[in-house]
Write a new protein. Structure first.
Length: 232
């Protein structure tokens, strides 16, 4: 079974957590797209939900498929957010942001009673850092911010290359909030909790890709079905 098939399997299982009348956060990325398409089928068959998308990309897909949408301004409290992850560990600490939507994803997730993660089996790791770690930075003074990120990261034993993400044309990638993303190839991250707090104290850093203490359960798609991972 391919990784994409495992992703779809996890998204199918996530539908079991959705109930009539819920207010949902819809994630961004390939796994979340499976969820959006499956949810649209339920909506077409009469399921009554309203959803907040975590990116313009997700919003466009959901609107195209007929899923009712709202905003956090109109619906500030959500029941569940369902989203993917780039990687996660046994404590259900996540790294997200490969799709460039980490800030909105975190805002929506923390506006929800529960965050449910849907992934394929490859995303579970012993130690975070296998995936390039994203940090969202405002463009003003970004070189100064980058140097501060390097110094702070080194204090936590993370010294890999830090590169500003480029788009398909080689221009700086911009998030939906018009910020830059810096991808950090740290390798194993010894202290995710400490690094998260220190990075967010740097002026110019909007947020980082750690989702710690946010997810309540991960649904992992495998060749044999799905299994649930809860924080230890």
């Amino acid at each position: 079974m391919s990784a994409d098939d495992q992703k779809k399997r996890s998204a199918e299982r996530a539908l079991d957590f959705i109930e009539e009348g819920m207010k949902l956060g819809l994630g961004t990325g390939s796994t979340a797209e499976h969820l959006v398409r499956l949810l649209a089928e339920k909506v077409a068959n009469g399921l009554n939900v309203v959803c907040v998308p975590t990116s313009d990309r997700t919003a466009a897909l959901a609107e195209e498929l007929g899923i009712p949408l709202t905003t956090l301004s109109d619906t500030p409290h959500l029941d569940i957010t369902i989203d993917g992850a780039d990687e996660f560990d046994a404590q259900l600490r996540l790294v997200k942001g490969g799709g460039g939507a980490l800030l909105r994803e975190k805002i929506v997730a923390t506006a929800s009673d529960r965050m449910i993660v849907i992934t394929d089996a490859s995303k579970q790791v012993e130690t975070l850092g296998a995936f390039p770690f994203p940090i969202e930075v405002i463009p003003f003074g970004c070189r100064t911010t980058e140097e501060k990120i390097k110094r702070v990261a080194a204090d936590f034993g993370c010294t890999g290359a830090i590169e500003r993400r480029a788009d398909e044309y080689g221009e700086p990638f911009l998030t939906d909030s018009e910020n830059f993303i810096y991808d950090c190839k740290f390798g194993a991250i010894p202290d995710p909790d400490g690094l998260e707090k220190a990075l967010n104290l740097i002026p110019g850093v909007v947020d980082n890709g750690f989702f710690i203490g946010i997810a309540s359960v991960a649904i992992v798609g495998t060749d044999d079905g799905t299994h649930l991972v809860e924080p230890k």
